[in-house]
Design a protein around this ligand. Sequence first.
Ligand code: XMP
Length: 515
Amino acid sequence: PVLVVDFGAQYAQLIARRVREANVYSEVVPHTTSIDEIAAEEPLAVILSGGPSSVYEDGAPKLDPKLFDLDIPVFGICYGFQAMANALGGTVAHTGAREYGRTDLSVSGGVLHDGLPATQPVWMSHGDGVTVAPEGFEVTATSAGAPVAAFENRARRLAGVQYHPEVLHSPHGQQVLSRFLHEIAGIPGEWTAANIADALIEQVREQVGDGRAICGLSGGVDSAVAAALVQRAIGDRLTCVFVDHGLMREGERQQVERDFVAATGARLVTVDASETFLSELSGVTDPEAKRKIIGREFIRSFEGAVSEVLGEGASKGEKVEFLVQGTLYPDVVESGGGSGTANIKSHHNVGGLPEDLQFDLVEPLRLLFKDEVRAVGRQLGLPEEIVGRQPFPGPGLGIRIIGEVTRERLEILRHADSIAREELTSAGLDGQIWQCPVVLLADVRSVGVQGDGRTYGHPIVLRPVSSEDAMTADWTRLPYETLERISTRITNEVADVNRVVLDVTSKPPGTIEWE
Ligand code: XMP
């Protein structure tokens, strides 16, 4: 792989994504990874990310100069660029000229920016700067606040930039990253959906051997693609299990039973566990507690389904050893699974797993981003109704009722959600939004007036977001007419709701789901 060394950047995941967009496989590792560990991965290249520190600060993450003895191509970005300059004998100083945001870059030569405009906008965010490039390096760009804004040493396959090529505000950034990977590091772009699918199928075969597996289907893209991959690998030793936890949206169960089976012909067992889930959730209001209960009950339901999966004729020693999950890279990172990252929330299938899990996990998508999963799904021939579906979290409406989850509240939310979805679809907006959680503030009431009478009802929150991979998101600017229709219909048609509000928070600082 290409390793992205994370120096505490907000952008390390994004860099990994961009590298993959250049058809090169990439993973993020924390800056505490030792040189020996890095060398053991035999990386095709190393990218040093940005970070909040100054290289001269006490406690600033250190870059081990031995990295440069490994004869591996290295690309430094922002802090990584400065750390690289510092380690190779260049000079980093407070230039006094801070640059934050859009800046003009003047290109004077080199391979990195070859064929790109001589003056181009880039996104900068730095206080310190490189003032003298290390010996043997050509300075190939400057900006008003950065006398050395890019350098390269082609013979040693080393290069770096002060700006952030990974963000969309640097319009040529993707080309610059690609040029580093392909031209300077000499890595061919071979990471494509077809190759990924083949490699993953092979991996699953190796892991499962001649064992049996069940796959938890949730109705979402991820579990559907994971199931299709595993089915390719082990055929009918896979059984899919759909757990109806009672926290589904309207029509969802029928949709899974119909679409997925039609597309794959896989064996599907449905478990109705709504009674259990709701009684376990009764009285619980804390989001993490809810997530852990839901994660645990999923597993208990899978365990309960094993005898049905094996069938009546099963002999005593027969077992299902493996559980397939559609866990994605962002789920792992946000559950604190990427080392050095905080636990933001326990995704039900990662941080929410019980400790006494009796299955070995098969998670073929664990290192992929959503768009890559979609590409693999298409490669496997899954239809657009499944592959193009908007994300929906495994814990379902359970984490969209703020407060205790009850049957009554689920009815209210399900109704409001179906109205919002119907209107977004009929306005043709599905392609513009990543997803639109509809949230019930069950413990909040406000005063309203309807039909000459006073009401004291709950607010519904609309949370439409646009995103590339759910790691960051912006609120979607929906047309007022659509918002108006949704609001009017919900307040008219849904009992106990007398107010509809719009969430206009990006991520960060908000997460996409409210819990
Ligand atoms: P957040 O709320 O963390 O959500 O910004 C990021 C994306 O992940 C989805 N999500 C989940 N998906 N199990 C899932 O399968 C979970 O526990 C879970 N929590 C959040 C969320 O809908 C969004 O797409």
